[in-house]
Design a protein around this ligand. Structure first.
Ligand code: PEP
Length: 262
């Protein structure tokens, strides 16, 4: 019962950034917040490439419990300070319903990651949080299951949901996940919600991020979200997929050269 495609606005009044059919939103930042300097440098790289929203993980849901798990509240504070300094609204992941309040205090948009797409208690908690939500597709979820997860958020009164295709598990090991770009027009044909693409977490490889971003633009996505890092080799999380230098400049050009939206 929603004939028009929706635009979701992120950020406080006067600094709001749209995600929706009339624009292409470029979101970038470090996979994980590691230090204040690293986050500020990554945010400056993101802004100079044309990003209008800053991403960064303070709570990191890692496959291994021995891997860096994020700085938690300290990371949230760094992210909020860097957002303030650079003027970029921030999006960050929440992995536990008990952390929703503290994440809401520091972030402009709450991310639900692939591993929590079907964590219904968390979905209901972000649905009550009063901030826009970036809902990533579960890595083994069908489009319908993903849209139903969005309904859990909407049912609690929050219609400001942006979907994010980030690759699914298939038999193909060449990339970490298989980016399912068909999900973009499929979602747009059945849902009014904006949909963006995360080529960084889909591919897990920096050299594929620019071509997959171009493909996302071609498929009609409402934006992309990518990892950037000032020194990917020392990154505590997902360094091999982080853009910097020439690749980031190429992406900036691809986004700027986008044909006018219909
Ligand atoms: C992330 O964006 O930091 C992340 C962990 O993504 P995903 O949930 O898609 O793996």
């Amino acid at each position: 019962h929603h004939p028009e495609r929706s635009t979701v606005w992120v950020g406080r009044p006067g600094r709001e950034v749209p995600i929706g059919p009339d624009t292409f939103t470029f979101i970038a930042g470090p996979c994980a917040v590691e230090t204040a300097d690293q986050t500020l440098e990554a945010a400056r790289m993101a802004a100079s490439a044309g990003a209008t929203l800053l991403r960064g993980g303070a709570y990191k849901p890692r496959t291994s419990p021995y891997a860096f798990q994020g700085l938690g509240v300290t990371g949230l504070k760094i992210l909020a300070d860097v957002g303030e300094l650079t003027g970029l609204p921030v999006v960050t992941e929440v992995v536990d319903a008990r952390d929703v309040d503290v994440v809401v205090e520091h972030a402009d948009m709450l991310q639900v990651g692939t591993r929590n797409m079907a964590n219904f208690g968390l979905l209901q908690a972000v649905g009550r949080a009063g901030k826009p939500v970036l809902l990533k597709r579960g890595m083994t979820a069908t489009v319908e299951e993903w849209l139903m997860a969005a309904e859990y958020i909407a049912q609690r009164g929050n219609l400001d949901v942006v979907l994010c295709e980030r690759g699914i598990r298939t038999f193909e090991p060449a990339t970490r996940n298989t980016l399912d770009l068909s999900a973009v027009p499929v979602v747009q044909s059945t849902s009014h919600l904006p949909i963006i693409v995360d080529p960084s977490h889909a591919a897990g490889r920096m050299d594929l991020v620019v071509p997959l971003s171009r493909a996302s633009i071609g498929a009609g996505a409402d934006g992309v979200i990518v990892d950037v890092h000032p020194d990917p080799e020392t990154a505590l999380c997902d360094g091999p997929q982080a853009l910097h230098g020439t690749a980031l400049r190429e992406l900036a050009q691809a986004v700027r050269r986008m044909p006018p939206l219909l």
